[in-house]
Every structure is written in C-alpha cells, then in structure tokens.
Design a protein around this ligand. Sequence first.
Ligand code: IMP
Ligand code: MG
Length: 422
Amino acid sequence: MINLGQGVVVVGGQWGDEGKGRVVDVMARYADAIVRFQGGNNAGHSLKIGDLSLVLHLLPCGIVRKDKLCLIGAGVVLDPEALLKEIAELDLLGFHVGPHNLQIAKNAHVILPVHKLIDHKREEVAKNPIGTTKRGIGPCYEDKISRFGIRVMDLLCEKILIERIKNILIERHSYSESSLKEILSWSLSFGQKLKPYLSDVGEIIHELLIKGKRVMFEGAQGSLLDVDHGTYPYVTSSNCLAGEAALGSGIGPKWLSDVILVTKPYCTRVGEGPFFTEADEETQNKWRQKGGEFGATTGRPRRCGFLDLPLLKYAARLNGATSIALTKTDILTGMGKIKVGVGYDNATNFLDAMSLFGQKQKVYPKYIELEEVPSFSPSVKNLNDLPFTVRKLCDLIEDFTLVKVNFVSFGAKRGDELWLNL
Ligand code: IMP
Ligand code: MG
C-alpha cells in the first residue's frame, strides 16, 4: 500500500462480484475518504470482519471503519429508501452512519418507485431479458440522460418537484393526479431525511486531494458490464470503468494515480449475455458451492466458468490498470485441474469474440490446464508459500495484461491476503 498515490481507483475486471469490497475494505485503512461514483444499490459488496459477514449495496465499504469519510458522488443513482434501510441495518450492527461520516452529492439522481416498477415490468415481458437486479437502475439513468430526472437536491423544493414529477409521469405515459400526489409526498419526505447529508462532493474530494490526502474510488459492477465497452446490451446502465471515477465524483482525471483491477481466478456473471468460458452445469455447481457464488443482491445463482485471459487483457486496457488484485484463490483448492482460457479458436481477441456473439455465432475458447491446488490458506506469508498453480496464474495474468499482480487473497476475512511488489 506504501507505494500508492493519492487517487486510488478499485474496479472490477470481469462482470462484477470479483471481490472489490474485500479489496477496498483492507485498503480503506490507508485512505482518508472512500467514494462510490457510479451504479446504485444493484451492487453487493461483501465484507467479512472477524465473524461478522455483511453486504453493502450503496454505502462505500469504508463505512465500517471509524474516522473514514464516505462519499456518494453525482454519478451514482440513489434509492433513498434503500439508503436509509442500509444505514439503519448498519446501526444495529454498531456501525454508526451520519452526516459526520457520509456525504452525498446534491446532484446525484434519485431512483423513484416508478423506476423500480418499470424495471420489473420490462424484465417480465421482454423476449430477451437482460436479467437486471430490478432495482430501477436503468430507468433512472434513462431519465437522467433524457434530461427529465430528479436530483437529490430537487427533493428539497416543492415547486421544482411538482414540475419534474409531472414531466416524468407524462414522458412515461403514467400521469394521474393521484400518482403525482403520491410521488410528491414520498419525495418531500425523503428530501427532509437526506438533507443533512447533501453537499458538493466533488469539492470535498478536491480539497482533500489538494491537502495531500488519499482518496479511494470504489467501483461497482465490472468492466464487462460497462454500458459503452461491456457485453452490450447485456450490461448495466452506467460506466463502470476507472475513467468514470473522475466524472462520477466531480474531479479531474489528473488526480487518479492508481487503478487496481480486481479479478477472481475464474469467472462468474449474473444475468444474461455472452460468457465464452462458461463451464458445464456440473462444474458450475462445484464453483457455486465452493465459492458461494450466489448474487449478494438478488440471491440468484451466478453463472460460473474459467478465467478468460483475453477478457482480462481487454479490461486492463480499458481501465489503464496499474496493478491487479487476484481474489478467492482458496476456492481453487479441491476443484481438480484448473482450466484457463488463453484465446479463441475463431476470434483474435475479446472484442472480436463479442462481434461473433452479436452475429449469433458460437465462440470456441482455447484452454490450458494447470495442476490441482492443494489446501494452503493459513500459512501464507510470502509468494513462495502460494501453491504452484496460483503463482503460475499470476505469471499468466501478468504476461497477458502486462500489469503486475500486487495483491492475492486466499480467504474471505481481513488478513487472508498477501501484498506483492509494493
Ligand atoms: P442492472 O444494473 O440492475 O440494470 O442489471 C444489468 C446487468 O448487470 C444484469 O446482468 C445484472 O445482473 C448485472 N449487475 C448489476 N449490478 C451488478 C453487480 O453489482 N454485480 C454483478 N452483476 C451486476
Ligand atoms: Mg457483488
């Protein structure tokens, strides 16, 4: 951690659920503030602190550490109900959240109940559903881009609210006096509850950086779910890449000094869409049981498969990764020989493979096989304590991406990790 600069971005190198929460949790120790900059409560960041396991959806993972300032940037879409529920749940666990340790960008957009309804309905009737989390994320971003969304600060002004809610309902063909009234009272009540948390988050971050403090930017979802560069249309509705850390928080890109790309030694995805190295059902079940591969937000079983190195190479380039964090290596134990995707028979790279998928053609991955991984977790102190296959995986990842692996974790709890080359 010693060699990291001031603006540290942590992003997912696959389709989300790579263990970003796990990485941010340990690194937050060395940061002054932690920022969520995109997505919403579609995210599920799992943490294990001693015997306590918890999942955060909207709050940055730094919230479980005393004296860390947590920030929600303008690029996030905020469901006020979900936020207040998460705050209340954390309070019961002894983690106190208030304006002293949480500030929210005034100009973040609000997820309204109507957005959730649209998300639900659309997924139910779609011929080719995306498999969204049904949290209203897409419809909220749609309204923002269409320029009739509601920002958190709008919740404080009745006159503006009436105008904007009317607009949304008319645009969404669901205008009625009673809907207007219902949404208005919902909005005003949440406006008052959120008021103490609202500020110019970009300004706060800028001030911290100018003073030489370190800020961590916690990505949500993953590179392949990015709306521009992911496996479109099977993506989320925001940019999940490192560049968004600047835009979604309200600072300039010059402040982003380090980009940590998080990856598992295998792949998972929830929802529909291309997954070239997806395993057969029996193997998927093994990964699911061993790795607890069930959605932290929706509980859905995750689709599982093998590490896809061309995919990781693509993600490393998209993010300008400066280091790689390899998580969940303990899950490899007991999985037999480890297959790794090193290319495709009928495509030159990941984007090329995506084009084939778009033309409804099958993509054939090329694999190599690495030897079985013995049980190893408790005794790891340095690189040589890691099993041969894990070290080989690090080498392969570095050869493909030209980025150093700086972090390897081999257990869910704090301390089950190794820092390399730092
Ligand atoms: P949405 O973000 O709810 O619109 O869902 C779009 C796609 O992104 C679906 O395939 C979801 O399963 C996936 N997705 C959204 N958030 C996450 C996440 O945090 N982890 C993994 N997949 C996600
Ligand atoms: Mg997750």
